[in-house]
Design a protein around this ligand. Structure first.
Ligand code: PMP
Ligand code: GLN
Length: 378
């Protein structure tokens, strides 16, 4: 059988989590919390089930949840998306991204990705028959290089996928960055898929610059987010996409045959939870404290920390502690030191190795302390 994705194996997140489990390592690899979500969020889902919300919801998502998403975007970013025809509830951000790509990318269209990038982007484009155009973020700083982005545009460019706060580098795009992208795209009809799953995890008093804030971006963007990240429920796989009506209409044509709908009781539970005053508003402070605790401990190791301005990731340079390639180092660290991490090379098509690995600090303090005790042995 000729594979449609010949280059693709099992994702690094699954590989490292299995290895961590096998060796009893502290798993700071795959990004997910090791603590519970709010108990009243669970109660709200149970209540929804008991109230009989157990059959197919509307194809586009439960109306109360679409309304809650619309309100949240309006509050934070000052743009009102119509819940009826501009917001769709998805099975996590992963489905939102591949569905958006399948909806707009024709065979032979080019789609720009900025490397390092989340591992679902490239296979999604390939499954749509698109051509992946890889533009590196600036090595070292991971800043977008807008001259290179502009140079990568061609008459065949259909879309660009952006991601701020950024997995894996934990950098964020500034208002100037967004304005620069807006300027570059202004003379084109290139679409934007803006992966904003870490929107509520931005630190040190800074603000998330959603594409929704910029008219010239919002009018061409699929804005993707995920309740898994925001409410500590990665296993629920519920997210959403907000996009202008014309884009949403194309999105829904694919969505209805991709998943048709997303689980009903979770949607009702999330909608009633979001009626509380902004439970996501404490999230940045919550994770900033964890980041600081983790960084304090890392400062006592020989790993050299990179900045972490957003997300729940912390990258470190390993060159002072090992000569191994990143991927081998992560295997060794899991087996011998008992801490799992993710190599940044997994986020590059050519496996570019810059001696940097990623830790996830969405963990209980005691988990982080245990990992730090082990890392101090390096
Ligand atoms: N995009 C990025 C940048 C991510 O880090 C993740 C999750 N790890 C996703 C998308 C997928 O989110 P979900 O679990 O909601 O599918
Ligand atoms: N997004 C998470 C990460 O980057 C994990 C997602 C996954 O396991 N596919 O670690």
């Amino acid at each position: 059988l000729a594979s449609k994705l010949p280059e693709v194996g099992t994702t690094i997140f699954t590989v490292m989590s299995s290895l961590a489990a096998q060796h009893g390592a502290v798993n700071l690899g795959q990004g997910f919390p090791d603590f519970e979500c709010a108990s009243h969020l669970v109660d709200a889902v149970c209540d929804a089930m008991k109230a009989g919300h157990n059959q197919y919801p509307p194809m586009t998502g439960v109306p109360a949840l679409r309304q809650a998403v619309s309100d949240k975007i309006a509050t934070h970013y000052g743009r009102r998306y119509d819940p009826a025809d501009e917001i769709t509830i998805t099975a996590g951000a992963t489905q939102a991204i591949i569905t958006a790509v399948l909806a707009v990318v024709h065979p032979g269209d080019e789609v720009i990705v900025l490397e390092p990038c989340y591992d679902s982007y490239v296979p999604s484009i390939e499954l749509a028959g698109g051509t992946v155009v890889r533009v590196p973020l600036t090595p070292g700083s991971f800043r977008p290089d807008f001259d290179r982005i502009a140079a990568a545009l061609s008459p065949r460019t259909r879309a660009i996928i952006i991601n701020s706060p950024h997995n894996p580098s934990a950098t964020i795009w500034s208002r100037q960055d967004m304005l620069r992208l807006q300027d570059i795209l202004a003379p084109t009809d290139v679409l934007v898929i803006s992966d904003e799953v870490y929107e509520h995890m931005v630190f040190d008093g800074r603000d998330h610059e959603s594409a929704a804030r910029f008219d010239g971006l919002a009018n061409r963007s699929f804005i993707v987010s995920s309740f898994g990240k925001t409410f500590h429920v990665t296993g629920w796989k519920v997210g959403y996409v907000a996009a202008p009506a014309a884009l949403t209409a194309e999105f829904r044509k694919v969505h209805q045959f991709n998943v048709f709908t997303v689980n009903t009781p979770m949607q009702h539970g999330l909608a009633s939870y979001m009626a509380n005053p902004g439970p996501w508003q404490q999230l940045a402070g919550f994770y900033q404290r964890k980041r600081d605790l983790f960084r304090e401990g890392l400062a006592r190791t020989r790993l050299r920390m990179l900045p972490s301005d957003g997300t729940y990731f912390q990258c470190v340079d390993i060159s002072a502690v090992s000569d191994l390639p990143e991927a081998d180092f992560c295997q060794w660290l899991t087996r011998e030191i008992g801490v799992a991490a993710i190599p940044l090379s997994a986020f590059y098509g050519d496996g570019f190795d810059q001696r940097v690995v990623r830790f996830c600090f969405a963990k209980q303090d005691q988990t982080l302390q245990e990992a730090l005790t082990r890392l101090a042995r390096l």
